[in-house]
Design a protein around this ligand. Structure first.
Ligand SMILES: Nc1ncnc2c1ncn2[C@@H]1O[C@H](COP(=O)(O)OP(=O)(O)OP(=O)(O)O)[C@@H](O)[C@H]1O
Ligand SMILES: [Mg+2]
Length: 275
């Protein structure tokens, strides 16, 4: 009986938190994968830029507490967050107006491991979301750590996320895990915008031949299997990797590359999803 009461209190508290956030954050989109290293952070950063370049108010949260990479991808490694006189965190701003918060901005030594249990992570994420002065945000993109652990659950609960994008690579191990990501979103009642396949083939810069290093068409088949939209294929592209290394997502350079179109197309699909 007491347990049921506690559960009700927790749900009521969550609902209150979600309503508070929704007053100024219209849509929260979680970028998830069942497996590490498939390109969640790359997709999150480029999608956030693409939406911002369409004139949308966009926030980007790096919720990967143990391995935050957004600052590296955006060339913001030396950023420390400021706060307002009332103690609210001010997100860092990347031109033209992308608002970014990463755990890496809050820790003094980015090489030191963060050894936290679930409740500490929950509180850190809560702070990111609620104690930050986001202003009005239309799309909050959340870059998650791999898998479906604490951070994913906390974000889903605290924001009442109303969208998710599942990133996979074509090989069967990644696909197996992307099914888990689909299952997670469904269990948490988070609408799935669709599945995107990254590292999908490599075009040889010398001879132009396409090599499907990780296999072919798996992301599309998984999307079909679940009746979900397939959001496209991003090939392996040295410019994407170089952009990450240089702290300058490739989308900024707007140089007519096909992959820039893929991210813009993804942004358009996201906008349409909510229309
Ligand atoms: N399409 C691509 N072409 C070339 N390199 C890519 C591509 N996508 C991602 N990368 C590179 O692969 C590496 C891993 O990508 P990223 O950090 O985005 O993955 P992740 O899923 O966020 O990883 P983690 O699970 O560790 O958070 C990075 O060095 C990134 O620059
Ligand atoms: Mg990442």
């Amino acid at each position: 009986m007491a347990e049921k009461g506690k559960e009700r209190d927790f749900q009521a508290e969550l609902k209150e938190e979600q309503d508070k956030l929704r007053e100024h954050i219209k849509h929260t989109i979680m970028v998830i994968s069942g497996k590490g290293g498939v390109g969640k952070s790359t997709v999150s950063a480029n999608l956030a830029y693409a939406l911002n370049s369409f004139g949308k108010d966009v926030g980007l949260v790096d919720a990967d507490i143990h391995g935050p990479t957004i600052p590296k991808l955006l060339g913001m490694e030396n950023v420390k967050l400021n706060s307002t006189p009332e103690g609210k965190i001010l997100p860092a701003i990347v031109p033209p107006g992308l608002k970014v918060i990463s755990m890496a901005f809050l820790v003094p030594d980015s090489d030191a491991p963060i050894i936290w249990r679930g409740p500490m992570k929950y509180n850190a994420i809560k702070q990111f979301l609620q104690d930050a002065q986001w202003g009005n945000i239309e799309y909050l993109i959340v870059d998650l750590p791999p898998g479906t652990g604490d951070e994913s659950i906390s974000i889903a609960q605290l924001t009442g996320a109303d969208g998710s994008i599942i990133v996979t690579t074509p090989q069967s191990v990644a696909l197996l895990n992307s099914r888990k990501a689909v299952g997670f979103a469904q269990k948490m009642s988070i609408p799935i915008i669709g599945i995107i396949e990254n590292m999908s083939g490599f075009i040889c810069p010398h001879c132009g031949e396409r090599v499907d290093i990780f296999g072919e068409g798996g992301g599309e088949r998984t999307a079909e299997e679940f009746g979900l939209p397939f959001l496209g294929r991003i090939p392996l592209d040295k410019k994407i990797c170089d952009g990450g290394e240089a702290g300058r997502p490739m989308i900024i350079d707007n140089d007519n590359s096909d992959n820039i179109d893929i991210f813009k197309d993804l942004a358009e699909k996201v906008i349409k999803f909510y229309e």
